[in-house]
Design a protein around this ligand. Structure first.
Ligand SMILES: Cc1ncc(COP(=O)(O)O)c(C=O)c1O
Length: 366
């Protein structure tokens, strides 16, 4: 049995008829940008997340960049201000801060939960701190009441990077609606994935929403009139139409992921393999299923030899990347341990329980 890490082809095939009809509708309409498809998807996604505004943009990195930039345009953030962010995240969360000339303050995660350690945030707050960016990494909810309280107490903006956690919940709210604004990526492999690059910002703040919509459209709110020096960062109509189809199936897809995850949690039983703390299903939409092994590279090769494809998320932490040379000397032990030991097992809405059983069988024999 060969088990791929993720078969995008099979995921698309699952909804092919609906996707085909949506794409055909757009192609035949002759209207490819800033039209009805964007409007429909934006309304439906805003409703799904539970907020008033959704602005479709070109990708998830831009979504985060625009949030920080809009707060600068509105006079809330200034060059040199500090934003607290988890040290173990995909580079995009941090790029969105540095691209805007703000300073990321890297805070360690906990090893068992993998999300930002909320007991280590307060000591990093200074007079320059203007916001906290939480990242719902791997599909796990990173929000805590403590983080919400710190934002209130110190008047900090709470930005969510919801690239990996579409559909995840905290209580009766969805991630992406817990802070002041959230960036979403619809990169094809995400839980809600387009057939190319796509992203969105969600917020309840009308001023922020209008500013972001302008920034992503050359800085313009009125044709040929430019209020900001923006960029072309729009979501196209074909991707919006595809996303609207897939949004209807998102909860069902997440349930498939949760079933696979439950099977892994209940059946992986090998002292050499550590699993992260199991959250309640509502709080984890299992974008990825990370496990940890001291001999990670050997374990990965063993799985490969047995037909199981895995990936590492991520092999090099942001502070050890060449693009952030100034941080290369810093030691962040928990982040580095995660990066040295992490391996992501196959998980997706099209992975079968038989395939999951094979993954477990092979792992338990390691
Ligand atoms: C946590 C996180 N933030 C941001 C992004 C950026 O999204 P995109 O690839 O759509 O630019 C990604 C995904 O790639 C991500 O995983």
């Amino acid at each position: 049995m060969q088990i791929p890490f993720l078969s995008l082809k099979s995921i698309t095939a699952k909804y092919f008829d609906e996707i085909k009809a949506a794409v055909e509708r757009v192609v035949l309409s002759g209207w490819y940008l800033q039209g009805k498809e964007n409007e429909t998807f934006e309304n439906n996604y805003a409703n799904y997340i539970g907020l008033k505004y959704c602005i479709g943009v070109a990708n998830g990195l831009d979504a985060l960049i625009w949030i920080v930039r809009a707060y600068k345009e509105l006079g809330v953030f200034n060059d040199g201000d500090e934003i607290i962010v988890p040290a173990n995240t995909y580079i995009a969360s941090i790029l969105a801060i540095t691209e805007n000339n703000l300073k990321p303050i890297l805070v360690e995660p906990t090893f068992d939960n993998l999300e930002i350690d909320d007991t280590k945030i307060k000591e990093r707050i200074t007079s320059k701190t203007k916001g906290i960016m939480i990242v719902h990494l791997y599909g796990r909810c990173a929000y805590t009441e403590k983080i919400g309280a710190l934002c209130k107490k110190y008047n900090l903006k709470l930005i969510e990077d919801n690239a990996q956690a579409h559909g995840c919940r905290f209580g009766d709210k969805r991630t992406g609606s817990l802070g002041d604004a959230a960036g979403h990526s619809f990169y094809p492999g995400k839980n809600l994935g387009a057939l190319g690059d796509a992203g969105a910002v969600t917020t309840d703040n009308q001023q922020l929403a209008e500013c972001i919509r302008a920034l992503a459209n050359y800085g313009s709110q009125k044709k040929y009139v430019f209020k900001y020096c923006g960029r072309n960062s729009r979501l196209d109509e074909i991707q919006a139409a595809v996303l609207d189809v897939k949004l209807k199936h998102l909860d069902e897809d997440n349930t498939c992921r949760q079933k696979i995850a439950a099977y892994y949690y209940e059946n992986i039983n090998n002292p050499k393999i550590t699993l992260p703390t199991r959250l309640g299903d509502a709080q984890n939409v299992y974008h990825l299923f990370p496990v940890f092994c001291e001999q990670r590279d050997d374990f990965q090769q063993y799985l490969k030899d047995n037909g199981i494809q895995t990936l590492i998320h991520y092999p090099i932490p942001p502070h050890k990347q060449e693009c952030y040379k100034d941080w290369n000397g810093i030691t962040l032990p928990t982040t580095e341990k995660i990066h040295n030991q992490e391996l992501s097992l196959p998980i997706s809405p099209v992975l079968t329980l038989d395939e999951a059983a094979e993954v477990v069988r092979v792992i338990n024999k390691y």
